[in-house]
Structure formats: C-alpha cells, structure tokens
Design a protein around this ligand. Structure first.
Ligand SMILES: [Zn+2]
Length: 250
C-alpha cells in the first residue's frame, strides 16, 4: 500500500461520503504530512467522496509558507506559488486551500488535516451564536475529542487571505492553550479538524457535528448551559481521558 497516500485517500472518502452530509460536489479538502517540508493535498477540482491517490498532489511547504507571510499578494503570485510548489511539475494543480494546509501541517504533532462544510455546524457558523459554539463547551466528550475550545476565524476570501487569518487566530490560540487546536471553525464557511492520526481528524469532525446538534437542541430549550472553565480544565487534565485518547488514537 502506498502509505500515506492510500491512508489520506481513505480519510478523504470517509469525510466526503455524501451520507455523512459533510461535503457535496467538490467541497472540502484534506492533507497529510510527508516529512519536514513536503505534504500531500487534494488536487483542485477533485471530489473527496471518490478520491484516489491519483487525486493527491505532493507539494513543498516552503513556497506556500513564504507566500502567506507577505502582506501584498496578487492572484498571479498565488497561481505561481501553487504551481511552483509541486514536486512533480506534471502533477495536477493543488487546491488553493493548500496554503492553509501547509501552515497547519507545520504545527507540532499535526500530521493530518480535514476540511468540510457540514450542514449543522455551518448553520451555527452563519449565525450570531458562532462565538459561543466555538469558544465554550457543553459536554465532556466535546472536550476530549475537540479540545478545551475551538479556534474561530472571521470570514475571509478562500486562498491566501483565509490562510493568513487561520494562521493569526491559531497562533493566538496556541499562545493561550500552549498546544495546537483540534478544531478550527471558519465563520460563514465550514470546519477544519487536525491531529496526529486520521482517527483524530475523524473524531474531532464527528464530535463537532454532534456538538452542533446538541447546541441547537439546547438552544431551542432556552440553553445551552455551558460547562464551567474549571470543569473543562479538569476533563482536559484527567488521566483516564488521556488513556482513552491514546486507545482511540486521538
Ligand atoms: Zn471550504
């Protein structure tokens, strides 16, 4: 098996299975690190639900990281960096979201990234309740699979502007929590989950979707009643939960 291309293709098909209602048509994208400077990312225009290793492009991170560090970037600069970063010049063009994937895969311990647009979560991200949903927690398994909080990113044009906003908001999160996030929520757009294994990306995605359903249910009953910060910290620090996280490869 061509690991990790086959592993990433399997994760992509799982996230893109229309029955899960996370993506339709060409929505969403995925990536996996190949080492210190290269990674695999979905090719532009391919479909997550039917993705095979031939729909993945091997890219160098350095030209993309350099691009997002600049203030003034033109569409031509983005096009040229996306084509230049390919290891094989004959390969397909990577998704424009390769820019944020390059950044997220540079974080310590992050090896897989998935991005989708689930109905329930995106509904909340298109509403005034988005900040409460991102920054607060409502039940213990949400803390275990999604971390003590999610990063909330203001709306930005997909491409270099979105990658820059994701980097800025993720750096602020790491400054506070001293660890990379598991869930990044993009206002009026969708969800990114990230972690050391495909299982961690799936678990954070599934639990974010379940949390969205519970959040909306609780809101319709006059809630939600949020967990206190002390409770969240206690769950995040519990040894039995760390064993469970290891057993589930989270
Ligand atoms: Zn998207």
């Amino acid at each position: 098996m061509n690991y990790p291309a086959e592993t990433l293709a399997e994760l992509s098909r799982w996230l893109g299975d229309e029955a899960r209602r996370m993506t339709i048509l060409g929505e969403g994208n995925t990536s996996a690190t190949l080492g210190t400077d290269t990674f695999l990312v979905k090719a532009s225009g391919s479909n997550l639900g039917t993705l095979t290793p031939s729909d993945l492009v091997e890219c160098r991170a350095a030209p993309l990281l350099e691009l997002i560090s600049h203030d003034q970037v033109s569409d031509d600069d983005v096009d040229s960096a996306l084509l230049r970063c390919r290891q094989n010049p004959e390969a397909k063009r990577p998704s424009v979201e390769a820019l944020f994937h390059a950044y997220l895969l540079s974080l310590p311990g992050i090896r897989f990234v998935g991005h989708t647009h689930p109905d329930s979560v995106t509904s909340i991200l298109c509403s005034p309740a988005a900040e409460d949903f991102a920054t607060r927690r409502i039940f213990p398994d949400q803390v275990v699979c999604c971390g003590p909080a999610s990063v909330l990113v203001p709306y930005a044009d997909p491409g270099v502007w979105l990658a820059q906003k994701i980097r800025e908001c993720t750096e602020a999160y790491i400054h506070v929590h001293q660890a990379p996030p598991r869930v990044i929520l993009l206002l009026n757009h969708g969800v990114i989950t990230l972690g050391p294994t495909p299982e961690s990306v799936k678990a954070a995605m599934q639990m974010t979707i379940k949390s969205a359903a519970i959040f909306m249910g609780a809101k319709s009953l006059g809630g939600p009643n949020f967990l206190t910060e002390a409770t969240i910290q206690r769950i995040a620090g519990r040894r039995d939960e760390h064993y469970r996280q290891a057993a589930l490869k989270l």
